[in-house]
Design a protein around this ligand. Structure first.
Ligand code: FE2
Length: 313
């Protein structure tokens, strides 16, 4: 029987969970599941739709340089080599549904979290596997469900910003929740003065308040990380209310409240459900465009599709 996931989940972490950044120590990095050979085999088994491959500019915060790439015919092992040498960010989404070991690990992780935070009622959860290049970055964005980042190999810095104005405007959050933009929100360099900055090494885990905007900078080393997402009844209600507020705002009615309690909150959730059932969600959703194809014969491993410029140029 292996040791538990956490080594320091204490009363302070329990009190902070969901309300404030919580940094804990975990033992996932001690498991053989994350060696190059094991990850290569895992990547070979991932269907194309469940792997997002991105590249981005070398320096600065140019969100337009965030570009999607096709995998081409690269094996899992070649992909890891390309990540090591290039400027690539691979996100295997819902890895727990594809790789049975990850499914079991996710249950173990949340089993321990829920045992430590008794009020937490997780009704849905998923796990993403991140394999990313030395010095790669992810620009300022906000995510919809509860988020945690678990560092396995390499080191990175994450900036967490307050989940309220001016760092996150209600209309921007509503657009993310409705899938009308891809998680990005307006960013200014001065926001950094109000960020909590966390350096993550193997064995560190960070959980932060719902929808807290964040951005990530890898240190000069290959990074292997896990992200977990979770939903509770309250997060689902928050989603419904924001979704309903977004529909009202797009109809010219400025919503006055984002409360998840009371009759108005339930009416907004019902509005959101109706909207999604009507097919409006699909019609208005953001769509991804592939700009590069990965190719092991190319320096930087990227070939532009249809004359796209190299990222960072
Ligand atoms: Fe994120």
């Amino acid at each position: 029987m292996s040791e538990g996931i956490f080594s320091d989940f204490d009363a302070v972490a329990r009190a902070l969970w969901g309300h404030h950044d919580v940094k804990l120590r975990h033992r996932l990095h001690e498991r053989s599941l994350f060696s190059d050979a094991a990850l290569g085999r895992i990547l070979d088994a991932i269907p194309p739709g469940q792997m997002a491959i991105n590249t981005m500019g070398r320096t600065g915060h140019d969100v337009r340089s965030w570009s999607y790439c096709e995998r081409g015919d690269m094996s899992g092992e070649e992909l890891i080599k390309a990540v090591n040498a290039g400027r690539i960010w691979i996100n295997v989404t819902k890895a727990n549904e594809i790789v049975p070991e990850f499914g079991a690990l996710l249950s173990e992780m949340f089993g321990e979290i829920e045992a430590n935070v008794p009020d937490l009622d997780v009704i849905r959860k998923s796990m993403g596997l991140l394999i990313s290049s030395p010095n790669a970055q992810v620009f300022y964005h906000a995510d919809v469900p509860g988020q945690s980042l678990w560092q396995i190999r390499g080191e990175k810095r994450i900036y967490i910003y307050p989940n309220r104005e001016p760092f996150l405007r209600p209309a921007d959050l509503e657009n993310i929740i409705r899938g009308r933009t891809e998680e990005e929100v307006p960013y200014h360099a001065w926001f950094d003065r109000h960020a909590a900055v966390h350096d993550l090494a193997p064995g560190d885990m960070l959980h932060w308040p719902l929808n807290g905007p964040h951005r990530v900078e890898n240190k000069d080393c290959l990074n292997i990380s896990i992200t977990t997402e979770h939903w509770t009844p309250e997060i689902r209600r928050h989603f419904g209310v924001q979704y309903g507020n977004g529909i009202l705002r797009s109809a010219g009615l400025a919503p006055r409240s984002a409360s998840v309690h009371g009759a108005a909150a339930y009416a907004k959730c019902a509005l959101a459900v109706g909207w999604r059932l009507s097919g409006q969600q699909k019609r208005q959703s953001f769509r991804r465009t592939m700009k590069y194809r990965l190719d092991s014969r190319e320096p930087g491993y990227l070939v532009p599709i249809g004359g796209a410029l190299q990222a960072g140029e």
